[in-house]
Design a protein around this ligand. Sequence first.
Ligand code: PEP
Length: 258
Amino acid sequence: MRRMMIAGNWKLNKTIGEATAFADVLAKRLVSHDLRDVVIAPPYTALAAVSQSLSGTHIAVSAQDVFYETEGAFTGAISAAMIKDAGCTYTLVGHSERRLYFAETVETTVKRLVAAKAVGLIPIFCVGETLQERESGRMHDVLRSQLSALATLDFSANAVVVAYEPVWAIGTGVVASESQAQEAHAFVRGILAPMGLSETRILYGGSVKPSNAAGLLAQSDIDGLLVGGASLNITDFLKIIAAGQPGSYEDWFDLQFP
Ligand code: PEP
């Protein structure tokens, strides 16, 4: 049984104070609920403080990227061991913004996956096609190529999470339809299966909002959501965590906290 996961990617947002204030409220509201695995990915500067705020809760913390070397003259880089030391359980790898702005390639994502695995960090490995790749019929080849990074790494199914994030849906307000997302997820699962990863969780990401979360989560191969913009707002994020559960959002969370 694949347990649902809702992960929030905060990108380049929130100071340490803002991040810990959010984490404190999230922890209070989720305290009596263990509905789904909940993960937040603050910027590096806030990782240790947020991990501290969330210690003793079931909310986990993720980095947004990991460098592949362990130490040395790599100015600005952060290693997997440093991320672990800051209290993280997860790290994103291969987010499309890293591929676009920071020259991430299949080769460098492999190195990052290896580095994360070496210290027991669980990668949330992001894959997805651009609009041009989809419209020119290359979507399946692109996904196959990106996922090939996992082929020789011998992850166990629970030691990695995959996020299908169509680039055209990230931060654009254009969400993949439920059937587009399900079709892509089924394809991804078909690629993962021969690697022994058929039970690996596959999250959908790209313009997820409270209004579309339940429909996406109802798809048989969607095991959770990776949420960017909407994870910055506590009410929206809580609504997404509760999406599709019986009863209302108000029933699930203790809303007495500000
Ligand atoms: C993301 O950055 O992983 C993402 C899915 O962003 P958004 O939800 O804002 O589209």
